[in-house]
Design a binder for this molecule. Structure first.
Ligand SMILES: [Fe+2]
Length: 123
């Protein structure tokens, strides 16, 4: 399989997780509690698969391949990808910290879904 097809398939999996993020946002806006285990499962997937596997693959292989055809890492699409990865990592950490601090995401106050909205736009 072509590497780009592999990455595209991985993006589809990550987009499925973003559907879950959207559902969480809708739930929070209806002031319905989130199950802490569901939030933990989502964040674990995003950290392990999104960051630990997919981003690592893109940065180690895709960025290197693009560099070999003359695209610099410090500007253009590669720099944009790397910046998006770093921002997504920060947002996932914000979400993880908020979830751990509150013990259960069901206690999240109004407005605490901003990380999720931003995450969707970044990923
Ligand atoms: Fe990606």
């Amino acid at each position: 399989m072509q590497p780009t097809r592999v990455l595209t398939a991985e993006h589809r999996r990550i987009e499925q997780a973003l559907v879950v993020v959207s559902a969480f946002i809708a739930q929070l806006r209806r002031r319905e509690p989130l199950a802490g285990a569901d939030v933990d499962a989502l964040l674990t997937f995003l950290r392990r698969y999104g960051e630990g596997y997919h981003h690592e693959l893109e940065e180690r292989i895709l960025a290197e391949a693009l560099s070999q055809i003359g695209l610099p890492e410090d500007s253009g699409p590669v720099a944009a990808m790397l910046a998006q990865h770093r921002e997504a990592e920060k947002l996932i950490e914000v979400a993880r910290s908020a979830s751990a601090r509150r013990g259960d995401a069901s206690s999240q106050a109004e407005g605490d879904d901003r990380w999720a909205l931003r995450l969707i736009s970044v990923i």
